[in-house]
Design a protein around this ligand. Structure first.
Ligand code: ZN
Length: 223
C-alpha cells in the first residue's frame, strides 16, 4: 500500500512530498500490517533530490516504534530497503528439548538473533556454545551421577567417551569441528559453513528428542 508523506529534509530544512510503500509486517512482532505512520525524514545526497528516507511507524500490536529505510531516486517515490530493529521469531523446540536444556534454547535463539542482524562472523560461536550446553545437559540427564565430571570435561572428550548413540556421536563430533572453525583463526573445513553447522545441530536435536520420546512412551504402564 502506498503512503503519501511530507518528509522533513534535514539538509534544506523544508519538506519534500513523496510516496513510499508501507511495510507489510512489523519487524519486531511480525504482525502482518503496515504500522501507523508517525513521521519521516529525508537525507539528500549532496545537492540532489536523491537520497534516503527514514519513516517512523508505530505498531499498535507490540506498542513499539520501528523505522523503515527507503531509497529515493529522481522521482518522488521511495523504495523500501529495510525495516528495523529486526527481531527474529524465536525458534520453538519440543517440550522435551525445552525441559532438557533451557540454556540451549536461549543460546540458540540468541545466535539466531545475531544471524538475523547480519552478524555472520559471530553467530557461529553462539551455535557452537549452544551445542555444548545441549550435549552436556543431555549427558547429565543420562548419567546423573556423573554431572560434575560432565560439566568439567571438554566437549570433544565428552562426545568421544560418553555419547552412546552412534548417530548423535557422529553428528556432535562433526558439529563441534564446524563450530570450532567459527571460533578459530584458521578454518579447517572450508567446504562447510554456519548453515551446515545448523543442519547438523538440528539433526542432533531430532535424535535426542526421539530418545526422550521413547523414554516417555516406556513410562506408560499397560492397563
Ligand atoms: Zn509490532
Amino acid at each position: 500500500m502506498k503512503l503519501c508523506v511530507d518528509a522533513f529534509d534535514i539538509e534544506n530544512k523544508n519538506t519534500c512530498a513523496m510516496t513510499v510503500e508501507k511495510p507489510t509486517m512489523c519487524p519486531i512482532c511480525h504482525t502482518s500490517f503496515g504500522g501507523d505512520y508517525v513521521s519521516s525524514q529525508f537525507i539528500p545526497t549532496s545537492n540532489s533530490n536523491k537520497g534516503l528516507v527514514y519513516v517512523a511507524y508505530f505498531c499498535s500490536c507490540c506498542s513499539n516504534m520501528f523505522f523503515s529505510k527507503y531509497s529515493k531516486d529522481w522521482n518522488t517515490h521511495g523504495y523500501l530497503l529495510q525495516s528495523f530493529p529486526r527481531k527474529q521469531k524465536d525458534k520453538t523446540f519440543s517440550k522435551h528439548i525445552s525441559l532438557l536444556s533451557p540454556n540451549f534454547v536461549k543460546i540458540y535463539n540468541e545466535a539466531l538473533q545475531a544471524e538475523t542482524e547480519g552478524l555472520t562472523e559471530i553467530c557461529g560461536l553462539g551455535y557452537r556454545k549452544s551445542l555444548e550446553f545441549l550435549i552436556k545437559d543431555y549427558l547429565s540427564f543420562q548419567f546423573p551421577d556423573d554431572t560434575n565430571e560432565i560439566e568439567q570435561l571438554p566437549l570433544g572428550k565428552l562426545i568421544k567417551e560418553k555419547i552412546e548413540n552412534r548417530n548423535i556421536k557422529i553428528l556432535a563430533e562433526r558439529c563441534a569441528w564446524l563450530g570450532n572453525d567459527e571460533t578459530h583463526y584458521i578454518r579447517k573445513h572450508e567446504d562447510y559453513n554456519v548453515q551446515d553447522l545448523k543442519r547438523f545441530l538440528d539433526s542432533i536435536i531430532t535424535y535426542i528428542d526421539s530418545e526422550l520420546t521413547v523414554l516417555e512412551a516406556l513410562s506408560i504402564d499397560p492397563k
